[in-house]
Design a protein around this ligand. Structure first.
Ligand code: PMP
Ligand code: GLN
Length: 380
């Protein structure tokens, strides 16, 4: 067949997880927690299924969950979206990203993405017949250069995609960054897609600068999150999109014919969890900060140099003291020869910076898992 996605192969996450399995490596590659989901959530899921919530949910999400999301948004960000017209429950953030792009981006248009960026962005843009325009982040700090973003705008630009806390680097956008985004988009027809799946995993007392806090941004934005990250259940694939009524209406047209609705029992479970245990998301930053600090302290005893991690659950390490291999080769070698799977950064780029020697390690793991990895990394 004549492929529609010539650049796409198997994702690096799948490739590295398979390699980890074959070599019995400690898998710090693909981002997923190896600890259990909260009891309350499992119990609520079980109850939802026993109570018979096993048929199609409403297309936009069950009212109890949309209300819980609206309430939580108000508590955390000081602004309450309309649960009926502005909140849509999706089958993971991945579905929401696909739907948002397909809702507003036409064939021949352009979407600006900031490299390195998460791997599902560009294929969704290409399937819409549009083109991803890659603007690099700073190779050391992963901060955006907003002048380069301005320079990338053309009459065909339809959307700007941002991601904070950032995968793979953990970098976070500041209030000044958000004001820059608002200034850049002011007076244009460019929509914003703000990928905020790690919104609650922020460290050192920092505030997550959600686009939800900025009226000029949220009036043109699709703001997307994922319960997979917040509740340690990446395999449940439930997320949501908050967007103004006119944008949500278009978004829902795509969602309706993409999946129609999301797994009903989990929607009941998340509604209960969000309302009954707000401390879970409030304490998530502290929970992961302890893991980050413990992991980074022990990495400093190895020849891998940990970079600062402001948010998210990935630790970048500079391996140039260990190896001169490129990052794909290094991550394979680390997995097959040293039994620790990591993710190279180059698949997150259109053109990776020359000579970059960085690998991504996921620290959303039990201490025992991290210790097993560290014991192997100390031998490098
Ligand atoms: N965006 C980013 C930045 C991510 O890291 C991920 C998950 N790794 C997603 C989106 C997709 O989230 P979900 O699993 O809910 O589809
Ligand atoms: N988002 C996860 C990561 O960045 C991977 C998800 C996937 O395997 N598609 O590691």
């Amino acid at each position: 067949v004549e492929t529609k996605l010539p650049k796409v192969g198997t994702t690096i996450f799948t490739v590295m997880s398979q390699l980890a399995m074959e070599h019995k490596a400690v898998n710090l590659g693909q981002g997923f927690p190896d600890f259990p989901v909260p009891d309350l959530l499992v119990e609520a899921l079980d109850r939802a299924m026993r109570d018979g919530h096993n048929q199609y949910a409403p297309m936009t999400g069950i009212p109890a969950l949309r209300n819980a999301i609206a309430h939580k948004t108000e508590r955390v960000y000081g602004w309450r979206p309309n649960a009926d017209t502005e909140v849509t429950v999706t089958s993971g953030a991945t579905e929401a990203i696909f739907d948002a792009i397909h809702a507003v981006v036409h064939a021949g248009e352009e979407v600006i993405v900031l490299d390195p960026c998460y791997d599902c962005y560009e294929p969704a843009i290409e399937l819409a017949g549009a083109r991803a325009v890659h603007v690099p982040l700073d190779p050391v700090t992963f901060a955006p250069d907003w002048q380069r973003v301005r320079d990338a705008i053309t009459p065909r630009t339809r959307m700007l995609m941002i991601n904070s806390p950032h995968n793979p680097s953990g970098a976070m956008l500041s209030a000044a960054d958000m004001q820059e985004v608002a200034a850049i988009l002011h007076g244009t027809n460019i929509f914003l897609l703000s990928d905020e799946v790690y919104e609650h995993i922020v460290f050192d007392g920092a505030r997550h600068e959600s686009a939800l806090r900025y009226p000029e941004l949220r009036e043109r934005a699709f703001i997307i999150s994922s319960f997979g990250k917040t509740y340690h259940c990446t395999g449940w694939k439930v997320g949501y999109c908050i967007a103004p009524p006119a944008l949500s209406a278009e978004f829902r047209k795509v969602h309706q014919y993409n999946v129609f609705c999301t797994f009903a029992p989990a929607q009941h479970a998340f509604a209960a969890m969000i309302e009954r245990a707000p401390e879970h998301y409030e304490e998530l930053g502290a929970f992961y900060q302890a893991k980050r600090d413990r992991f980074a302290a022990q990495l400093r005893e190895t020849r891998l140099a940990p970079l600062p991690v402001p948010g998210g659950y990935f630790q970048l390490v500079d391996y140039s003291a260990v190896s001169d291999l490129d990052d794909l080769a290094f991550c394979r070698w680390l997995t097959t020869e040293h039994g620790v799977a990591a993710i190279p950064l180059s698949p997150f780029y259109e053109s990776p910076p020359a000579g970059q020697r960085l690998a991504r390690l996921c620290f959303a793991k039990n201490d025992a898992t991290l210790d097993a990895a560290l014991a192997r990394l100390r031998t490098l």
